[in-house]
Design a protein around this ligand. Structure first.
Ligand code: KDG
Ligand code: MG
Length: 399
């Protein structure tokens, strides 16, 4: 039996915070998993250090499913982002170890490659159309064939997806503004301008970031139909899964949901009633490869595809895990990909590559991504928050 002899967390902040699980075994191998939960990083660290990691010592490193069940069922308090990010960090580290022991790249243990590379999408953004158009062109030059477009309705200063340079790692959350009627007027105009400048072939995505009611979302989806989106994301908060019935009845715009969802139960109605087209959960937030594969296999029964969340708050270790799973599954859709800074790459060496709009998963044994602990130690944790969102009357709105 290959025993787990040590399990620790590493927190580092090369520009933003990341939480990494490191597991060592009696045969001298070390595996890594990403457990980063943006703005709540230390809650996951405590969950791991105080409750889960001590239970790993002495366990058989190869019993991945059994360990997943131990921490999911055995914890009694199931699901939720903190629990499922903690389980994800352990699960991915164990898959990394198993693949290293097998002397294979991880995707081989998941059934082997179903494709040659992973199509990605990046984020184009602009305070106005001129800036947005420049950002779209810059993405096209990097080879992106799928591009998410976001711009600010006139009059709104700082809103989701449109950067104005305000630092986010300040003492307290940055406050953003929201105006639903202004946004509902603006979004179709933005797509009209983008289509007339860039033509019909460019694959366009857009994120509403949970801000509308179901009927507002239905109206938006309908108004965007002439622009043939690849997907419209998070139109309404998805904890009301039934709310998507109204949206679906009114629009054929494809819907993507789930970056804040972390178990198959969060998708039960959405998937079984075919209310969505893409699953947005990530390996890092949905219980690892074991957890997300369960959701994606369920989705595959209904021709629903993956659109894994891949923001900058998922480390290169998390991105590597996403890459191996995405390469292996049949129902891959597209992978979100945001370039990381040089410091992030110094701390997290990785062997997958972004080239010409695609991620190429490497044939390095295991996950092919790890952490350089000496480099990580140069970037200690800095408390940071996600922004909050408010209406003109200062009431809190969904972010
Ligand atoms: O941590 C939250 C961000 O990852 C999220 O706001 C990004 O919506 C997002 C996206 O689609 O990448
Ligand atoms: Mg999103």
């Amino acid at each position: 039996m290959t025993k787990i002899v040590a399990a620790t967390t590493i927190v580092t902040s090369p520009g933003r915070n990341f939480v990494t699980v490191r597991i060592s075994t009696s045969d001298g191998l070390v595996g890594y998993g990403d457990a980063t939960l943006n703005g709540r990083e230390l809650a996951v660290v405590s969950y791991l250090d105080d409750y889960l990691l001590p239970q790993l010592i002495g366990r058989d490193a190869h019993r991945i499913e059994d360990t997943w069940q131990l921490f999911y069922r055995g914890g009694y308090w199931r699901r939720g982002p903190v629990t499922m990010a903690a389980i994800a960090g352990i699960d991915v580290a164990l898959w990394d170890l198993k693949a290293q022991a097998a002397q294979m790249p991880l995707y081989q243990l998941l059934g082997g490659a179903s494709r040659t590379a992973l199509a990605t999408y990046g984020h184009a953004t602009g305070r106005d159309f001129a800036e947005l158009a420049d950002s779209i062109r810059a993405h096209q030059e990097k080879g992106f064939r799928h591009i998410r477009v976001q711009s600010a309705p006139p009059g709104l200063g700082r809103i989701y997806g449109v950067h104005d340079g305000t630092p986010t790692q300040s003492g307290l959350p940055v406050v953003e503004q929201w105006d639903t009627p202004a946004y509902l007027r603006h979004a179709p105009r933005m797509f009209e301008a983008v289509r007339s400048e860039f033509g019909e072939e460019l694959s366009l995505l857009h994120d509403t970031h949970h801000r509308l009611t179901p009927i507002q979302a239905a109206q938006l989806g309908k108004n965007l139909e002439p622009y043939s989106l690849f997907w419209l994301e998070d139109v309404t908060p998805a904890e009301n899964q039934e709310g998507f019935r109204a949206i679906r009845q009114h629009t054929t715009t494809p819907l993507a949901v789930g970056e804040v969802l972390n178990s198959a139960f969060d998708y039960l109605t959405l998937i079984s009633e075919q209310l969505i087209d893409f699953v947005r959960s990530s390996v890092t937030h949905a219980g690892g490869i074991t957890g997300l594969r369960r959701i994606l296999d369920f989705a595959a029964l209904y021709q629903i595809r993956s659109g894994m969340h891949g923001p900058a708050d998922i480390s290169p270790i998390g991105m590597a895990a996403a890459g191996h799973l995405a390469l292996a599954i049949h129902n891959f859709g597209v992978q979100e990909y945001i370039a990381q800074s040089a410091s992030v790459h110094d701390v997290f060496p990785s062997t997958h590559e972004f080239r010409n709009g695609n991620i190429h998963v490497s044939d390095h044994v295991g996950l092919g991504a790890w952490i350089d602990e000496t480099a990580a130690a140069g970037f200690p944790y800095e408390r940071s928050f996600l922004p909050i969102n408010q209406l003109a009357d200062a009431s809190v709105h969904d972010w």
